[in-house]
Design a protein around this ligand. Structure first.
Ligand code: MEV
Length: 440
């Protein structure tokens, strides 16, 4: 009997759940169970903060007085390295999840997202101060690197057993009396902050003895530039055609102009990258990861040339398709921290089918490339407000008393009329109810 037959949740599944956005949260959960993304119990648990209680929160941070919630949504249509994936996102801003799903559908036309990643290297820094001769100290440290590497790994028994460990040492001269030693550590599925910080503290006396200086800070760097992820996707020009924009090639060219704007102007590049981080952070928050670390690293990477630049590159391919690349440092973890203690995080990781830290980094980056593409397409065609107003219309419809599938019906009418007043929403709702009554 095949493995698939034993585990029905592993049968091939599609991330394309048409009409999902029109359903109620309860209907969507039922859909996930029917399409074998979740078991009935897991779906039920998503409805609340099941398992995440005060005791759990109190074990995570200090001075807890209660719990704080965010919406958990699913970005759809993602195909990553040939696999259908659902992308959980926890985010307070409307439009982001819809935007990610929309762009993922465009990219699916050319096979979806292709992701590769560096090894999961986290780097610790040991600052060495009052070094009398940095050049001599540098040479002395370098000469002992092979034995220092062995010594450093002797402190990391369990990590080495898991296939990780210190891979390289590096020394950099910062000024006339200051050096820094880097310990580049493969931390496998962990982000490894505690591990490498502890290692830096253990190794600092050895570096002091060899450099003749004194130790300053011993801490990881969040510029995780040995831990980058690369996501590529392309969209055929024809797929860029949308209401009012019949020439896909012209839409592609408008997106390329938007890209050029970001390449020329840091003011625009920051907003461009904010659109990337909309997707990346949504996934990281849902999966309980340190999004502040990723943000810090991403922006430092964007500014590595001395000028702040976009994290993504969009170009026209020889076949006329729009081709995108996102390259950024992305340190993630699927063990320890919230992934161990927060039941909602465990559910999100399961829902996304995350196999490890590199896989999570790839999924978050695919979401980032998608939200960036959606923003550029909207901005360079109809403008961003249309999509925002569509969501605003849903809120107005719900506030006017529409429930379930009627929210979408009322919202679509409001958007058609470009009128977003609650009184009009109530009138439309009454008309819809009357029509419904007449039919029954
Ligand atoms: C809004 O959250 C993100 C955008 O500003 C991104 C962009 O301008 O590219 C729409």
């Amino acid at each position: 009997m095949s493995d698939d037959k034993v585990h029905p949740l592993r049968l091939p599944r599609s991330s394309r759940l048409s009409g999902f956005y029109r359903q109620t949260p309860a209907q969507r959960r039922t859909r996930l169970v029917e399409s074998r993304w979740l078991s009935a119990e897991e779906a039920e648990a998503c409805a609340s903060l099941a398992g995440f209680d005060e005791a759990c929160a109190d074990s995570m941070v200090e001075n807890v007085i209660g719990l704080h919630g965010l919406p958990l949504g699913l970005a759809l249509n993602f195909r990553v390295n040939g696999q259908e994936r659902l992308v959980p996102m926890a985010v307070e801003e409307p439009s982001i999840i819809a935007a990610a799903s929309y762009a993922a559908r465009l990219c699916a036309e050319h096979g979806g997202f292709e992701v590769t990643a560096d090894e999961p290297i986290t780097t610790a820094q040991v600052q060495l101060l009052d070094v009398r001769s940095p050049a001599e100290a540098e040479a002395a440290l370098r000469a002992r690197f092979p034995e220092l590497l062995v010594e450093a790994n002797s402190h990391l028994g369990p990590m080495c057993a898991r296939g990780g460990g210190v891979r390289e040492l590096e020394v950099r001269v910062l000024d006339a009396t200051t050096l820094v030693v880097h310990l580049h550590v493969d931390t496998r599925d962990a982000m490894g902050a505690n591990l490498v910080n502890g290692l830096a503290e253990k190794m600092a006396p050895r570096f002091v003895a060899l450099s003749g200086g004194r130790a300053g800070l011993k801490i990881l760097t969040n510029l995780a530039d040995r831990r980058k992820v690369y996501v590529r996707a392309s969209v055929p020009a024809d797929a860029l055609v949308s209401e009012g924009f019949a020439d896909g090639g012209a839409v592609r060219d408008a997106i390329l102009e938007a890209q050029r704007f970001a390449e020329l102007d840091p003011y625009r590049a920051v907003t461009h990258n904010k659109g990337v981080m909309n997707g990346v952070d949504g996934v990281l928050v849902a999966c309980g990861n340190d999004w502040r670390a990723v943000e810090a690293g991403a922006h430092a990477w964007a500014a590595r040339s001395g000028v702040y630049r976009p994290l993504t590159t969009w170009r026209a391919g020889e076949d006329g398709a729009l081709r995108g690349l996102l390259e950024m440092p992305l340190a993630t973890s699927t063990v320890g921290g919230a992934a161990r203690t927060h039941p909602g995080v465990l559910r999100a990781l399961k829902l996304a089918g995350v196999s490890g830290a590199l896989d999570l980094a790839g999924l978050a980056a695919a979401a980032g490339l998608a939200t960036n593409l959606a923003a550029l397409k909207a901005l360079s065609t109809e403008g961003i407000q249309k999509g925002h107003m569509a969501l605003h219309a849903r809120r107005v419809a719900a506030e006017a008393g529409a429930e379930g599938e009627w929210v979408a019906v009322v919202a679509e009418q409001l958007a058609r009329e470009r009128v977003y007043r609650p009184e009009r929403a109530r009138e439309i709702l009454d008309e819809v109810r009357q029509r419904q009554g007449a039919v029954q």
